[in-house]
Design a protein around this ligand. Structure first.
Ligand code: GRF
Length: 194
């Protein structure tokens, strides 16, 4: 990634598969006066994702990729990413795993957000598992992506208390609310530390 000093904004691509609420949080952040990012591409593997609507509403270039063959899909993405001069990728509920090849080829940071206090509860159904194990806290984590699932160096975490009355739905709401705050913060943090 090019040094931020003297540079106006970093071109960012957001990858999203579903609801897109973190994507929306990052779009809102990018539109703030002092933000250092420009969202220059949205990638989705799902043509029913809300990401499509956000791309249209905010006039952001969109790439929908057919993931029936990962290597073909990734080559298409890499081509578009090069064309859009992307220097940072943020995964926001992207339900595909990036290959080692992709991570190596991109050469810039890739971030992900995960709804647990990593390294605890990698993978899916994090709130279900936290409740089942009677955890007192859960939360969310923004981390660098490496070739392992929900691994990579942690950038920011936010703890969320689990109350006796909490269920998957209430936890999801509470944690998601924090996700929308820490993702932009984590992006700012890495841009200034890079
Ligand atoms: C979030 O909980 C995120 O942590 C996880 O997938 C979910 C995506 O939600 N990786 P949304 O599509 O951003 O609303």
């Amino acid at each position: 990634m090019a040094k931020l000093i003297g540079k106006k904004k970093i071109n960012v691509a957001i990858f999203a598969s579903g609801r897109g609420s973190n994507l929306f949080a990052l779009i809102k952040y990018s539109l703030k006066k002092n933000s250092k990012i420009k969202i220059n591409l949205i990638v989705s593997d799902n043509n029913k994702s809300k990401a499509l609507r956000y791309a249209r509403n905010f006039k952001i270039p969109l790439l929908i990729v057919n993931y029936s063959t990962r290597s073909t899909a990734e080559k298409k993405i890499l081509k578009k990413i090069k064309y859009q001069k992307i220097e940072l990728i943020c995964l926001a509920g992207f339900m595909k795993i990036l290959s080692k090849y992709f991570i190596k080829e991109f050469k810039h940071p890739i971030l992900n957000i995960h709804p647990s206090l990593l390294p605890k509860y990698k993978g899916l159904k994090t709130h279900e598992r936290a409740l089942m194990n009677k955890e007192k806290f859960t939360g969310c984590t923004v981390h660098f992506v490496n070739s392992k699932i929900d691994d990579g160096k942690i950038i920011l975490q936010k703890r969320v208390k689990i109350n006796a009355k909490d269920n998957v739905k209430t936890l999801n709401k509470k944690v998601l609310n924090e996700e929308h705050k820490i993702y932009p913060k984590a992006v700012t943090k890495i841009l200034f530390n890079y």
